[in-house]
Structure formats: structure tokens, C-alpha cells
Design a protein around this ligand. Structure first.
Ligand code: APR
Length: 332
């Protein structure tokens, strides 16, 4: 009885996929005491091992939150997913990561099946939760989760813009140079080479970035932001264990989960199902979204300038094409 009462006071975050990104997200979530974390993975005992290892650091980190590992059988009936019950937020990172030379779209076939299977279990065991998808290709995987779950779009989100914006902000901070926390940058659109950085809205301590960096410097940063994920993959190439970036993606999704659980009403670039906003229907794209404890509080529609609109359309067309390919592939 007492356990049940305590449980209801402590938020619960389930992270499906205890790989690099899932682990990084879990570390941020317990460090910031956002809630108790349940890590799920098909690799036997890996989630349990990572949970135990992280919990061993709890006294040093100074956290009161707990972290648990859950084994799920790759070919079983999925009953282990019953541990999802009462999750406030479910983060989906399960899938395979990008390897050198592999585009995000190459991942589509394998990851779509994984995300669909996982979303089925979320539907069954945590029907009231809020889902944040991280698995790439993000825009399409978010749509797979959305179609599988059949929920209102307010509860099925994707993480991309927080990461892309943070990458851009960090590059600006290094170039100025200034504190990374002084920079506010916003990147919209699809997650990939067609992302849409909005320089006009980018500030450093409230000052437009164009006052502090030259056009050439800003253009270079935009280029680097779009290929930042690929650059990390390249730098990891000599490690057989490492795949793609994970520290920043893990921190980014943890920030979104925190904004939701703590009802912070933060406005964060979030991948959402567009239903008319920005002139698009039925695709997942990154746009500014106010997050609250029921997921989306509102989608903010910016008045884009012609060159920004052109970039947004290019990005949307790419996402649309990949989404249609995925739907044909899965018969959705
Ligand atoms: N259920 C649970 N876990 C699964 C499943 C499944 N059906 N399928 C795969 N996994 C697990 C793998 O066993 C692995 O531990 O998902 C984990 C993925 O971890 P990594 O391979 O380390 O990949 P990671 O770097 O964490 O990236 C995960 O996030 O940023 C994206 O592109 C990235 O799509 C990738 C995802």
C-alpha cells in the first residue's frame, strides 16, 4: 500500500533501448531527479547492467531517483513490457544506429519494424503516457509510432530540434566566444541535411548573432550544424563499439521529458505531426512547440521569410517523400 502511494508521487520515465542514447538520457534524467527511470533492452541483461552501474553512482551524483533495467525477449510475447505501466513519459531509442557511410534513410526499413513493435507494447501497457521518439530517421519513425499508436498528436513527439539547436548554439558559442548558455538558437524542419536553422531568431545574450559574427562565419556554422551528426560518426570510425552521437541526443530528449513532467511550458523545437500548420498535413516536422504535462500545449506558427520558407519546403518535401516510402513499405 505505502509503496503504491510513494510510486504515484514519483514520475516514471521508461526508456526503450538501453544503448548509448538511452543510457545518456537516463543519466541526465536521474542526475536532474526528473523521475525514476526504467531502461528496456533486448540484449539480455545489458539494461540491468547499465541501470546498476548508473545507480552505483547515485551517492556521488547526489540523486534520490532510482534506475531499473528490464530484459525484453526479441521474439517473445512482449509481456516484459508490462513494466511500462504508469510511465509518465516513454522515450523510444530502440533501433540500430547509423554507421559511417550509412545515411539516416538507410536505417528506415530496420528501425520502422522495431519502432512499430515497441509502439504496440506501449499502446498495450501504457496507454496514457506521452511518447518521445528518438530513433532515426526521426521524422519517419515518429510517424510510424503515431500511426501505430493511433493517439492524438499531442502525445506523440519526436526529438530532433533540441539537439540540432544545441549543436548550432554550441558552435556559435565557440566562435564568438561566449558561454554556451548565452546562446539561443532555433533549428526547424526535418532532422537531416535539410534542417532549417533560423538565424534571424538566434541571439547571444539577447543580441542578434549577426551583430557578433560575420555572414561567412554564420554560414559556416549553419553548414557544420547540418552535418554535425555525420561529423561525430566519422570521428568515431576507429572505435568498433561506437556508432553515432549520443551525449547530445540523450541530453536533448532528457530536456524534453523534463519539460513535460515538470509542466515547465518551455518552448522547444519539437518534431510534431503537422495538421495544417506551416501549410503541411500528415508529416512530422520540427517546429516551435510549447510543452506541458499533457504533451503539446501549443504549436507556434512563425511567419517565415521567403528564403526560410524555401528551406522549410525543401525539408518538408524530403520528409514527405521518405514518409510515403515508409508507408508503402509497411503497408500503412
Ligand atoms: N526492444 C528494445 N530494445 C531494442 C530493440 C527492441 N525491439 N531493438 C533494438 N534494441 C536496442 C539494442 O539492443 C540497442 O541496445 O536498442 C539499442 C540501441 O542502442 P545503440 O545501438 O547504442 O544506438 P544509439 O546510439 O543509442 O542510438 C539509438 O537513436 O539517435 C538515434 O540514430 C540513433 O536510431 C538511433 C537511436
Amino acid at each position: 500500500m505505502s509503496e503504491r502511494i510513494c510510486r504515484s508521487l514519483i514520475p516514471k520515465i521508461s526508456v526503450i533501448g538501453a544503448g548509448y542514447v538511452g543510457e545518456a538520457a537516463a543519466r541526465h534524467l536521474i542526475t536532474r531527479e526528473v523521475g525514476d527511470v526504467y531502461l528496456f533492452d533486448i540484449m539480455e541483461d545489458v539494461a540491468k547492467g547499465k541501470a546498476l552501474d548508473l545507480y552505483h553512482a547515485a551517492p556521488i551524483i547526489g540523486t534520490n531517483r532510482r534506475i531499473y533495467g528490464v530484459n525484453v525477449a526479441a521474439d517473445g510475447d512482449g509481456s516484459e513490457y508490462a513494466a511500462l505501466e504508469d510511465s509518465d513519459v516513454v522515450i523510444i531509442t530502440s533501433g540500430i544506429a547509423r554507421r559511417p557511410g550509412m545515411s539516416r534513410d538507410d536505417l528506415l526499413k530496420i528501425n520502422a519494424k522495431i519502432v512499430r513493435d515497441v509502439a504496440d507494447k506501449v499502446q498495450k501497457y501504457a496507454p496514457n503516457t506521452i511518447v518521445i521518439v528518438v530513433t532515426n530517421p526521426l521524422d519517419v519513425m515518429s510517424k510510424v509510432a503515431f500511426q501505430t499508436l493511433g493517439w492524438h498528436r499531442d502525445r506523440v513527439l519526436g526529438q530532433a530540434g533540441v539537439l540540432d539547436s544545441s549543436r548550432m548554439a554550441s558552435l556559435i558559442a565557440a566562435a564568438v566566444p561566449c558561454s554556451a548558455t548565452d546562446v539561443d538558437a532555433i533549428v526547424l524542419g526535418g532532422h537531416g541535411d535539410t534542417m532549417v536553422p533560423l538565424v534571424r531568431y538566434t541571439t547571444v545574450g539577447g543580441i542578434p548573432v549577426s551583430e557578433l559574427l560575420s555572414k561567412e562565419q554564420i554560414d559556416e556554422i549553419i553548414q557544420k550544424t547540418a552535418f554535425a551528426g555525420g561529423e561525430v560518426v566519422q570521428l568515431f570510425r576507429n572505435s568498433p563499439a561506437l556508432g553515432s552521437a549520443y551525449h547530445a541526443p540523450g541530453a536533448a530528449v532528457a530536456q524534453m521529458a523534463e519539460a513535460i513532467i515538470r509542466d515547465q511550458m518551455h518552448i522547444l523545437p519539437t518534431t510534431v505531426h503537422l495538421e495544417g500548420e506551416y501549410g503541411y498535413e500528415g508529416i512530422y516536422m520540427g517546429v516551435p512547440v510549447q510543452l506541458c504535462n499533457s504533451g503539446i500545449r501549443r504549436v507556434i506558427e512563425l511567419e517565415l521569410q521567403p528564403h526560410e520558407r524555401e528551406m522549410f519546403e525543401k525539408s518538408a518535401n524530403h520528409v514527405k517523400k521518405t514518409t510515403q516510402e515508409m508507408q508503402a513499405l509497411l503497408g500503412l
